[in-house]
Write a protein that binds this ligand. Sequence first.
Ligand code: SAM
Length: 364
Amino acid sequence: MSDKITGVGPEAQRERREQLRQLFTTPNEFTSSPLYRALSRTVAAEDGLLDLAGRGRHGQYPTFLFFGAVHQLLLSGVDHPLAGYFPSVVGPGRDAAPAEEAGPALVAFCEQYERELTEVISTRLVQTNQVQRALGLRFGLNTIAAQAAGPVHLIEVGTSAGLNLRFDRYGYTVGGRSFGDPASAVQLVAEHYGPGPLPDLDVLPDVASVLGVDLNPIDVRDPDARRWLEALVWPENHDQRALLAAAIDLTVADPPRILAGDAIDVLPGLARTLPAGEPRVVFHSATRMHVPDHRLAAFDAAIASLGETGPLWWLSVEEAPDPDPRPSPTRHGAALNLRTPDGERHILAVVEGHLRWVETFPAA
Ligand SMILES: C[S@@+](CC[C@H](N)C(=O)[O-])C[C@H]1O[C@@H](n2cnc3c(N)ncnc32)[C@H](O)[C@@H]1O
């Protein structure tokens, strides 16, 4: 396997490789994937694999991109012993080979398919569309319903395939209570924790329009794009894969409109096209975390620009709560943040990153 990271000198290459080694040595992100955690250790120990993982576009998270590429190739049906370690390829209800023994097969696979993997890693973006995050949007909209005068324009930044924008066509069961469409093929189930009450998630504002913005909108009607979304679901997560398939099937007949481009460039122009004075809600989840550090201020300013022509509610699920509003937190989660038009920031709930649980607390 070529040991070159394209286009950088030897010193920069060594430095980049060490950064990557660090990421693959502690792959804390793969909470529910023993296979990716085990294979990350193999990558961390192999310079050739680290260099391959480093061929992604600037700002793309290398561990997600690398395993997404491997997974996509396996899902496309290539015949290789590595497939036997992937629960997604082996299929639900059948045992995959032990994750801890998969390393040598990964090394052989990457040698054999280096060209194909490089093609995917260097062109694709991390675009995992977690349908379950529609629950975060619905939860936030419930709070906004009590505040917004009139129907809201909803804009999702980093919408991927736009599946969260169809939040009103899904069913939800949270802490045993049901909301939304009980007959929908997409049923999201989450736990509810905490002393705070669970709001009535059937109370929502009227929605005047929905629109997505993405660097690279995923067209759910394109089979290749669909396969990439499926490849970004970790191999063990059969339920998430089934949910994704159901949401794509539901959305394919009526996909939401998505503007292509960097939010930094697109949003200021969009602000001028929204009807002046009408309420608007911007939502982003697992998007800001992919924006390079030196672009974050511009990203935030672009979102804030939507508030220049009407009242803006800014809802997000990105980072850990800071400060944590829970008196003695026992679960690691992300803040469901809401910035209201008066500039006040509220943490509505603490949620698991994929919205598998929601923790509420009495309002301060
Ligand atoms: C990890 S995905 C999350 C998708 C979706 N928000 C969800 O929670 O399922 C991040 C998405 O953000 C998009 N993205 C990242 N930076 C962006 C930017 N500056 N402007 C627009 N989209 C961006 C990516 O293309 C990708 O589709």
